[in-house]
Design a protein around this ligand. Structure first.
Ligand SMILES: [Zn+2]
Length: 244
């Protein structure tokens, strides 16, 4: 197990819903993409499910109306920075500028949430004190939205030789994730077309929509509820110093 120490600087790092909350939180990074997000929203409605989107400013500018639509359908929306770069490798102020720029657009469509849930591009620096310090400076009441279970969605389209392969691969991936003994209360990671996945670009939208549908189908069959990610109510003092 990895252990990181700080002089009381760690923000809460979430991998699950708050204790006692058995709902599953599907988190979707790199949104919004116009050729996949509408289909995802329809699937979520079909299953009566809610999700949490971490949106990238560089994509929002091409589909801002989808922010409004996502909020209107009852989903949670947070910033995922502006450009999809490793902010832990940039100057500290870059994180603040990028998140501020992105949140300024999101705030046109819903009040800025408190506590704020932060997910860095590539999850970069979630164990770095400098990143926690910058996030704290940007939005003091923040929590880092990590995950417990990750879909390997960026590997699906490269494995497809044609559209006919998509459904089977997505179903297998959804079953692998949902059959985990740690599924109850878990935060699941997936993407609205992973930004860095450049192979089989024409299949990425279909993979994204299909994978979410298969995940929702498997969760429903297991009697599990998909809800937005709930911030944790409090942080133990020790957790500010020791990050597991
Ligand atoms: Zn991302």
């Amino acid at each position: 197990m990895q252990v990181s120490i700080s002089p009381g600087m760690w923000l809460p790092v979430l991998r699950s819903q708050p204790p006692g909350d058995m709902s599953v939180a599907i988190t979707i990074d790199d949104a919004p993409m116009p050729d996949s997000l509408p289909g995802m929203l329809d699937s979520l409605d079909e299953f009566g499910a809610k999700a949490t989107f971490f949106m990238s400013g560089c994509r929002i500018v091409h589909a801002e109306e989808l922010v409004q639509e996502t909020v209107r359908r009852g989903h949670a929306v947070y910033a995922h920075g502006w450009d999809h770069v490793r902010l832990d490798k940039e100057k500290p102020d870059r994180l603040i500028v990028d998140f501020d720029r992105c949140e300024n657009i999101l705030a046109k469509y819903r009040p800025t949430p408190q506590p704020y849930l932060v997910r860095m591009p590539y999850n970069g620096g979630y164990r770095k004190i400098s990143v926690h310090r910058s996030v704290r400076k940007w939005m003091p009441n923040s929590q880092i939205a990590h995950w417990r279970l990750s879909t390997e969605d960026h590997l699906i389209s490269p494995r497809c030789s044609s559209a006919g392969d998509i459904e089977g691969l997505c179903r297998a991936e959804a079953r692998r994730v949902v059959s985990s003994p740690r599924i109850h209360g878990a935060i699941i990671l997936m993407h609205d077309q992973p930004i860095n996945d450049r192979k089989n670009g024409d299949l990425k939208a279909m993979v994204t929509v299909t994978l979410l549908k298969e995940l929702l189908t498997e969760l429903h069959a297991s009697g599990l509820v998909a809800d937005v990610l709930h911030p944790h109510p409090s942080q133990r003092l020790m957790d500010r110093f020791v990050l597991f």
